[in-house]
Design a protein. Structure first.
Length: 245
């Protein structure tokens, strides 16, 4: 406990967190509880006896600021080789199941992807594609279009300007809701394209990094055991009313 407090320096007892906006329902400053994973992370730290502050930055900036030590931890991130060299990973916060989202009138399953050349795949700028999908893009089977966010992909799908987008089931479903179009106009693939775990990450070069991860993991395990974790995930995602902040 003492070593962790010393490593936090002037911020002793307060873990400085940063995440990005517009990743609903997982994170988002307009969402109740700042999004379900923001709520999970803060609850896990609270259970481990640590207070937190949460800042919002553009994703890349927040990541680099954490690496430089301006924040203690950031989330949610999947595993990647370069990232693992720079950061320690928590136990999984969430298991992401990737699905294909298409129009109901032109539904697409995973096995359909290589049957037609030239389908327009919408995938936001900076988002990494699973290797099998990236290979189809590299081969020219899929044509990638990269707007700034997933809500744009859902809108472009509705308008017929793109044919399919790939996303976590929760993220994709929330994006479809943003179009305000009837749900029956869309198709969500029965096939799961892939699964990825999402994590809290702490820079390896940060003093007390291993202890901070261990404290967090104990708190995460505790809220899982108590049922609080599942309650936070199951809570219907809701946007705060304008002016609530």
């Amino acid at each position: 406990m003492l070593s962790l407090a010393i490593s936090l320096g002037a911020h002793a007892g307060n873990v400085r967190l940063v995440t990005g906006d517009d990743y609903a329902p997982l994170t988002g400053r307009s969402l109740e509880g700042d999004g379900m994973l923001s709520a999970v992370v803060q609850a896990a730290f609270s259970r481990s006896g640590l207070e937190t502050s949460l800042a919002w930055q553009p994703w890349k900036r927040g990541y680099l600021m954490t690496l430089r030590g301006e924040y203690d931890a950031t989330f949610p991130y999947i595993r990647a080789a370069q990232r693992e060299r720079d950061f320690l990973y928590s136990a999984p916060l969430y298991v992401s199941e990737q699905h294909l989202f298409s129009r109901a009138a032109d539904s697409v399953e995973y096995d359909d992807l290589d049957g037609v050349t030239g389908r327009r795949l919408c995938h936001p700028l900076g988002w990494q594609l699973p290797e099998p999908i990236q290979r189809l893009v590299d081969q020219g089977v899929l044509v990638r279009h990269s707007p700034t966010g997933l809500n744009a992909c859902a809108q472009l799908l509705l308008l017929g300007r793109d044919d399919v987008f790939l996303a976590d089931l929760q993220l994709g479903t929330f994006a479809l809701r943003s179009t305000e179009a009837p749900r029956l106009r869309f198709h969500v693939s029965n096939s799961i394209v892939g699964r990825q775990t999402m994590h809290l990450i702490v820079p390896r070069n940060r003093a007390g990094a291993e202890e901070l991860i261990e404290r967090f993991d104990r708190g995460l395990q505790a809220i899982r055991a108590s049922g609080e974790y599942q309650r936070l995930l199951d809570r219907p995602p809701a946007r705060l009313h304008d002016g609530a902040r």
